[in-house]
Design a binder for this molecule. Structure first.
Ligand code: 5GP
Length: 125
């Protein structure tokens, strides 16, 4: 079910549980501000999710309430994960869904990294 990105943060969401170590994930990268792990249902040969460690519902919430240190740390982590995976030369796609029209399902900000093959048009037509 798509979520309403204007609702307050819900601490019981699945990525909050991964951050607390209550659920497993295939970790790719971790630092003070971000955790990156493989998507459970990959939509490309390589499909990684990068999430901030803070409690933010969406890109909208994070860009409004996140501290400069959190935002810098998170953006740098996304770039580093892609670089470390060797994705810059072949190319990759970043995606962050916000709210119902984008079909955001998990109410904790996550940036998708898709890679591993030509990814086709940006949107289904
Ligand atoms: P959204 O539609 O919210 O942008 O994307 C949510 C993503 O989270 C989906 O690609 C989905 O496969 C992934 N996902 C949902 N539950 C889990 C989980 O428990 N573990 C992992 N690793 N990914 C999940």
């Amino acid at each position: 079910m798509p979520i309403d990105a204007t609702l307050p943060y819900d601490d019981s969401n699945i990525f909050a549980r991964i951050l607390r170590g209550e659920l497993p994930s295939k970790t790719v990268y971790e630092d003070d501000h971000a955790l990156a792990f493989h998507d459970i249902n990959p939509q490309a040969p390589l499909h990684i999710l990068v999430i901030p460690k803070g409690a933010y519902v969406s890109w909208d919430d994070f860009s409004e309430r996140g501290s400069d240190a959190e935002i810098t740390g998170f953006v740098r982590a996304v770039g580093r994960v892609a670089r470390d995976a060797g994705l810059v030369a072949p190319g990759y796609r970043l995606l962050a869904n916000v709210g119902p029209n984008s079909h955001q399902e998990v109410p904790h900000l996550h940036v998708h990294i898709f890679a591993g093959q030509p990814l086709g048009p940006m949107l289904v037509r």
